[in-house]
Design a protein around this ligand. Structure first.
Ligand SMILES: CC(C)(COP(=O)(O)OP(=O)(O)OC[C@H]1O[C@@H](n2cnc3c(N)ncnc32)[C@H](O)[C@@H]1OP(=O)(O)O)[C@@H](O)C(=O)NCCC(=O)NCCS
Length: 143
């Protein structure tokens, strides 16, 4: 069974591990330490082990998904969906009307994942990432 709770500082090394094996540009540990209080940072736990996380931020009725990843062998079990739904509920309580994120245009798995959850591609941003990759800006109105 998967449980969800807020990030705790003792999760830091596990989150860094998941990021390093899932993302091209993992966030630094010092960045993660700083955001823990001011942002929504939810982790998924299976048998006391962190297997995924989502980080979000709100500003002026706008919610941003900063980062989301699930450990490889726990994917396709609905963990990413549940993390996103938990964050969306929080956003709603904070009065968020619109949620957005950016993802690499070639990351079909992520693009399809967000589309299935109601996000739409609104813009392509050329050369957005450090390595020159293009981004899709995706948005969803909170209903
Ligand atoms: C994108 C990501 C977070 C999705 O996480 P996930 O836990 O695999 O997501 P889910 O299991 O909720 O959904 C993924 C797929 O599994 C399917 N699925 C969910 N539960 C399932 C189940 N019990 N059995 C079979 N399939 C299932 C979903 O329908 C979805 O299908 P789709 O790929 O056709 O859209 C994950 O692939 C990941 O960490 N990727 C690397 C990091 C990344 O790209 N992050 C996003 C960039 S911003």
């Amino acid at each position: 069974m998967i449980n969800f709770r807020d990030f705790e500082i003792s999760d830091l090394d596990r989150i860094a591990e998941i990021m390093e094996s899932s993302l091209i540009d993992p966030l630094s540990k010092s960045y993660l330490e700083k955001i823990q209080d001011s942002e929504s940072f939810i982790v998924a736990i299976e048998k006391e082990k962190v297997v995924g996380y989502i980080i979000g931020k709100t500003k002026n009725n706008l919610g941003k998904i900063i980062s989301l990843a699930v450990q490889k062998d726990f994917r396709k079990k609905g963990v990413g969906t549940k993390l996103l739904i938990s964050l969306t509920k929080r956003f709603k309580r904070s009065g968020v009307k619109k949620i957005f994120l950016r993802t690499r245009t070639w990351n079909k798995k992520a693009v399809d994942f967000y589309k299935n959850l109601g996000f739409k591609i609104v813009k392509e941003i050329k050369n957005y990432y450090k390595n020159g990759d293009d981004a899709f800006l995706m948005e969803k109105m909170d209903d």
